[in-house]
Design a protein around this ligand. Structure first.
Ligand SMILES: O=C(O)CCC(=O)C(=O)O
Length: 271
């Protein structure tokens, strides 16, 4: 028998932990715009311990035991399958947790002192590549690569958060895939770009198919500290594996979380 929300393996059904379901309004926003923000998901104590870990990882990774040398290890490991994230991914990628992979992670640490040109718009337009596709079929969303951003510091609107073109994951007449995305639309002043402000511990969710870019961090009071995680359907992979997500780090995680880093296949050998 198969668990409602889980998978079946040699040891029998594996129950998935409970998730916090995505709301109907969040689904509406994700379909309409390709992204949405949930302010203040993490309480202050969690933000603080994750931020401390990320700061150490950025500044002095060698001081961490080898299995904790990754942005989502140790005190940040719980982010891998945070119930708020799983509620979203199980709605937009696949209802079964085992059909979801975590394929890439990095830290964005831009600041007013060090920021360089971050304006590098990419993706956008209906995309048929499986990893960047966004489709709606038979009443449900099928999102390929889906980006989860944990903003650990305050983001002031227009001062360095991710910028996105709402609805661009579904644009029909132009596509970044075939090089027809208009240059005019990429101008930061084109009026097409949207961004956000949010308190520490907020969650930004977007389809990687949305045209998006980083932007210069101009807030002098705090740098950006964000963990950007890419999830995808288990049958596809877009990113080359990150060196930080190596067997030592993955092996240090709780077993159910290790499953997010399985190889890219579903069907086991039967003969
Ligand atoms: O750093 C950012 O705000 C944007 C990140 C980005 O471009 C991406 O996730 O592909």
């Amino acid at each position: 028998m198969k668990a409602a929300n889980g998978h079946t393996d040699a040891e029998g059904p594996v129950e998935s932990p409970p998730v916090h379901p995505m709301t109907e309004y969040e689904k509406f926003l994700f379909d309409l715009k390709g992204f949405f923000v949930i302010p203040g998901v993490l309480p202050e104590d969690e933000v603080q311990s994750v931020r401390e870990h990320v700061d150490t990882y950025m500044k002095d990774p060698e001081s961490l035991p080898e299995h904790l040398r990754a942005p989502i290890a140790g005190p940040a490991e719980f982010l891998v399958d945070h119930p708020r994230v799983m509620g979203i991914l199980q709605e937009v990628i696949h209802p079964e947790r085992d059909r979801i992979r975590l394929e890439s992670v990095f830290v964005s640490g831009r600041s007013a002192a060090t920021t360089q040109n971050q304006w590098r718009p990419h993706v956008g337009g209906t995309n048929l590549d499986p990893s960047l596709s966004y489709r709606f079929h038979n009443g449900r969303i099928y999102s390929g690569m889906t980006r989860i951003v944990w903003e650990l510091n305050e983001v002031r609107k227009g001062q360095g958060g991710t910028c996105l073109v709402p609805g661009s994951h579904k644009a029909n007449l132009v596509s970044a895939q075939d090089g027809t995305w208009p240059e005019q639309a990429d101008d930061p002043e084109s009026g097409l770009w949207e961004t956000y402000g949010c308190p520490p511990g907020s969650l930004v969710v977007f389809s990687e198919g949305v045209r998006h870019t980083g932007s210069a961090w101009t807030n002098p009071d705090n740098p950006r500290r964000a963990i950007l995680i890419a999830y995808n359907h288990v049958t596809v992979r877009f990113h080359e594996p990150k060196p930080c997500m190596n067997p030592v780090v993955i092996g240090g995680m709780a077993e159910p979380r290790q499953r997010f880093f399985r190889d890219v296949w579903i069907l086991p050998n039967r003969r």
